[in-house]
Design a protein around this ligand. Structure first.
Ligand SMILES: *Cc1c(COP(=O)(O)O)cnc(C)c1O
Length: 342
């Protein structure tokens, strides 16, 4: 049995989660008749202080729907160049929504209000696309799981209000940020026009994301979900995993964060590690020493029983999750301490 640090998406549903899925009361959700889907949508929206929610097959879909509803071509979206919406959604911002992007290179995948202010185009300049939307990511994946302070988000909100811009949050790991920073879902949620919340990451559900926003926003989003082929029928079997996760898998994220810190401390002592991004949540990104090739490194790890992908050209990413318990953590540290590259 390999110890899999590739992502928090690799978790398998627990027996209790499967039980909840099996017992779900379902209906045809395209007809609005699946009460379990509605329950998950409503619970998620309420937590974040929003009016309505929309269950979708993936976080890519919730992000892409949000971007489409907030904008009109030929507009522009401001986001970080490391962001998932830009890097890992197949150029959907251009393909689905006909927008250009204004990319910010800043602190670990996060934006500041000043970054945003500088990028808002002059509405009267006919050469420039109309800036319409700002996308933030919390936690920032490629930033190594770091979290925004609420003050920064409040300042960005202010700039958005001044310039009539929408503000969307890619919250694939938003619960990790809540647990790590101690702010509530409502405190965070108040600043955003829409939030994509993933259940298939740290929360341990097999499938699904919910987009939250105003009733009017979600009404429009429903059309786009159908257009993208994301209208699902008896999806309550999947939504039930999300409902279960909301009740049972949020507070335990602190365990993942604790284990990630222990793992980072062990890595720090190894000669083959050059540097590690400070660990705030469940993601560890470390740079290897110049003499160690990251593809070779991940192959060596694999032989010893750890799965982790090379990251960029010189780094490795480890993600701690529901299926990494203390025993697996100890075993992983033993393997990592036994590696040498002389
Ligand atoms: C995983 C992830 C998503 C959504 O991914 P899906 O696989 O489409 O659910 C979105 N944003 C970030 C930052 C992610 O890590």
């Amino acid at each position: 049995m390999k110890i899999d640090f590739r992502s928090d998406t690799v978790t398998l549903p627990t027996s209790a989660m499967k039980e909840a899925m099996l017992n779900a009361i379902v209906g045809d959700d395209v007809y609005g008749e699946d009460i379990t889907v509605s329950e998950l949508e409503q619970k998620t929206a309420e937590q974040f202080g929003h009016e309505a929610g929309l269950f979708c097959p993936s976080g890519t879909m919730t992000n892409q729907i949000a971007i489409k509803v907030h904008t009109n071509p030929p507009g522009q979206v401001i986001c970080h160049y490391l962001s998932h919406v830009y890097q890992y959604e197949v150029g959907g911002i251009a393909f689905n929504s006909g927008l250009s992007v204004s990319l910010i290179h800043g602190n670990r995948g996060m934006l500041s209000a000043e970054d945003v202010r500088k990028r808002v185009n002059d509405r009267m300049d006919v050469h420039k696309p109309l800036t319409q939307l700002v996308c933030l990511e919390n936690t920032s994946n490629k930033g190594g799981g770091c979290c925004y302070d609420l003050e920064t988000i409040a300042e960005i909100r202010k700039v958005c209000d001044e310039h009539d811009l929408g503000l969307h949050l890619d919250g694939a790991r938003v619960f990790n940020s809540l647990v790590a920073k101690g702010y509530t879902a409502k405190e965070l949620g108040q600043y955003f026009d829409s939030i994509s919340v993933c259940f298939s990451k740290g929360l341990g559900a097999p499938v699904g994301s919910v987009l939250v926003g105003s009733k009017e926003f979600i009404h429009k989003a429903k059309w786009i979900r159908k257009l993208f082929g994301g209208g699902m029928r008896q999806a309550g079997y999947l939504a039930a995993a999300g409902v279960y996760a909301l009740e049972h898998h949020v507070e335990r994220l602190a365990e993942d964060h604790r284990r990630a810190k222990i793992l980072a401390e062990a890595l720090e002592k190894q000669a083959y590690v050059k540097s590690i991004l400070p660990v705030e949540t469940n993601i560890i990104i470390f740079e290897l020493a110049d003499t160690v090739d990251n593809k070779l490194f991940s192959e060596r790890l694999y032989e010893k029983g750890i799965v982790a992908n090379p990251y960029e050209s010189t780094a490795i990413r480890f993600v701690v999750h529901l299926d990494i318990d203390d025993a697996k953590l100890a075993k992983a540290i033993e393997i990592l301490e036994g590696l040498s590259f002389d």
